[in-house]
Design a protein around this ligand. Structure first.
Ligand SMILES: Cc1cc2nc3c(=O)[nH]c(=O)nc-3n(C[C@H](O)[C@H](O)[C@H](O)COP(=O)(O)O)c2cc1C
Ligand SMILES: Nc1ncnc2c1ncn2[C@@H]1O[C@H](COP(=O)(O)OP(=O)(O)OP(=O)(O)O)[C@@H](O)[C@H]1O
Length: 307
C-alpha cells in the first residue's frame, strides 16, 4: 500500500475506485463501503481511501485530539483490508474554502476515477455544500460509477466514529465490539515496570504505554485478549496509573496473561479490550491490592469460559 501524506501533489496512474471521509477506526458502516470497493478491485481498479489531515482547532493547539486509530494503526488496518492508496490530504485554508466542483475536478486531475463509494450523509467542499447528488452529476461528465450506501445503524442510530468514541469513553466494550466489528485495542512495546507485579505481588504483568493521542476506555480493569505475533492469549488488564503505588505513574495498560511465563520485554503486543470489570482503586495496602488482583483473575477466567 502507498501512504500519500503531507503533500497536495500526487498522481495515481491506475484506474481507481475511491472513497472519502475521516475513517477514524474502520467500523461496520465503513465495512459496507469497503466491500463495494473490493468488488471494483476484483475488476482491476486500485482502491483509494481519501482522508484529510485535520489540524487542531485554533485555541486548541496544545490539546491532543484523541482518536480510535492512530495514523500508524490506520496504515496497518488499511493494508490488511486491501487498500492500495491511503491519502491524507493537508487541510489547508485553500482546501477548506474550495468549492465542491473544484474539489471534484482536483481529484479527477490526480487520478483516473472509475468509481466512487460514499455514505448518504457524505458532504464535502466549502461549507459542506457538496453531496452525493453533486457526485451523481459529475459521474456522467467524468465517466465514473457512483455507489451511495445507506447508513448502517445500531439501535436506531447511524454507526459513526463519534458514536464509537462515546461508547469507548463509557467503557461499553461489548457494544464497541459490535459497532466496530472487532475488539477495540491498544498496541505498544512491552516496557519494564517497577517489577513489583511478579516480585512483591506474585502476579507477573506486562506494561505498555499507549500513544498519547489514543483514546482509552475509562481507568479500570478489563478482561482482554493479548496478541503477540500470531498467537492470542487471554488475560486481565488494568488501564490507569496504579494509585496504590507511590509516586507519579504514567498512564499505562498493564496485563496479567493467564498461564503464561515468557519474557515479552521489547516485543510489540496488542491488548484487545473485551469487557469492563471495575474501576481502578487506591487500596490501603499491597496485601489488599493482591487479594483484589486474585479476584480479578478469577473473574477474567470465568468470563473467558462463558464467552
Ligand atoms: C488486573 C489488574 C488490576 C489492577 N488494579 C489496580 C487497582 O485497582 N489499583 C492500583 O493501584 N493498581 C492496580 N493494578 C496495578 C498493580 O498495582 C500493579 O500490578 C503492580 O503495581 C505492579 O506494577 P509493576 O509492573 O510496575 O511492578 C492492577 C493490575 C492488574 C494486572
Ligand atoms: N454507518 C455507516 N454506513 C454506511 N456508510 C457510512 C457509515 N458511516 C460512515 N459512512 C461513510 O463512510 C465514509 C467515511 O465516513 P467518516 O469516517 O467520515 O464518518 P463517520 O464514520 O460517520 O464518523 P464521524 O463521526 O467522525 O463523522 C463516508 O462516505 C460516510 O458516509
Amino acid at each position: 500500500m502507498k501512504y500519500i501524506h503531507g503533500t497536495t501533489e500526487f498522481h495515481i496512474e491506475e484506474e481507481c475506485v475511491l472513497s472519502l471521509g475521516k475513517f477514524d477506526g474502520l467500523h461496520r458502516g465503513h465495512e459496507t463501503l469497503l466491500e463495494h470497493m473490493m468488488e471494483q478491485k476484483n475488476k482491476g481498479c486500485a482502491t483509494v481511501l481519501f482522508t484529510f489531515a485535520i489540524p487542531p482547532r485554533p485555541g486548541r493547539i496544545n490539546e491532543v485530539q484523541k482518536v480510535l486509530t492512530t495514523n500508524e494503526e490506520k496504515v496497518a488496518i488499511c493494508e490488511e483490508q486491501g487498500i492500495d492508496y491511503l491519502i491524507e490530504y493537508p487541510f489547508t485554508k485553500e482546501v477548506m474554502t474550495m468549492e465542491p466542483e473544484a474539489f471534484i475536478e482536483m481529484l479527477a486531475s490526480s487520478m483516473k476515477i472509475r468509481g466512487i463509494v460514499v455514505g448518504t450523509d457524505f458532504h464535502f467542499g466549502h461549507n459542506r455544500r457538496g453531496d452525493y447528488h453533486l457526485l451523481e452529476i459529475y459521474a456522467k461528465k467524468l465517466h465514473y460509477e457512483l455507489k451511495v450506501i445507506d447508513k448502517v445503524q445500531y439501535e436506531n442510530r447511524d454507526i459513526s466514529s463519534t458514536f464509537i468514541r462515546e461508547e469507548v469513553e463509557k467503557g461499553n466494550m461489548e457494544k464497541v465490539k459490535y459497532l466496530l466489528g472487532y475488539d477495540y485495542f491498544v498496541e505498544g512495546v512491552v516496557i519494564h515496570g517497577r517489577e513489583m507485579g511478579a516480585k512483591v505481588l506474585g502476579i507477573p504483568t506486562i506494561n505498555i504505554i499507549p500513544p498519547e493521542n489514543k483514546l482509552l476506555p475509562p481507568f479500570g480493569v478489563y478482561v482482554c485478549d493479548v496478541v503477540v505475533g500470531d498467537k492470542t492469549y487471554h488475560g486481565i488488564a488494568d488501564v490507569g496509573c496504579k494509585p496504590t503505588i507511590e509516586g507519579v505513574n504514567p498512564v499505562a495498560v498493564e496485563t496479567n496473561i493467564f498461564d503464561f511465563n515468557e519474557n515479552l520485554y521489547g516485543k510489540k503486543v496488542r491488548v484487545c479490550f473485551r469487557s469492563r470489570e471495575r474501576s481502578e482503586m487506591k487500596f490501603e495496602s499491597l496485601e489488599a491490592l493482591k487479594q483484589q488482583l486474585e479476584q480479578d483473575i478469577a473473574y477474567g477466567r470465568f468470563y473467558v469460559q462463558q464467552h
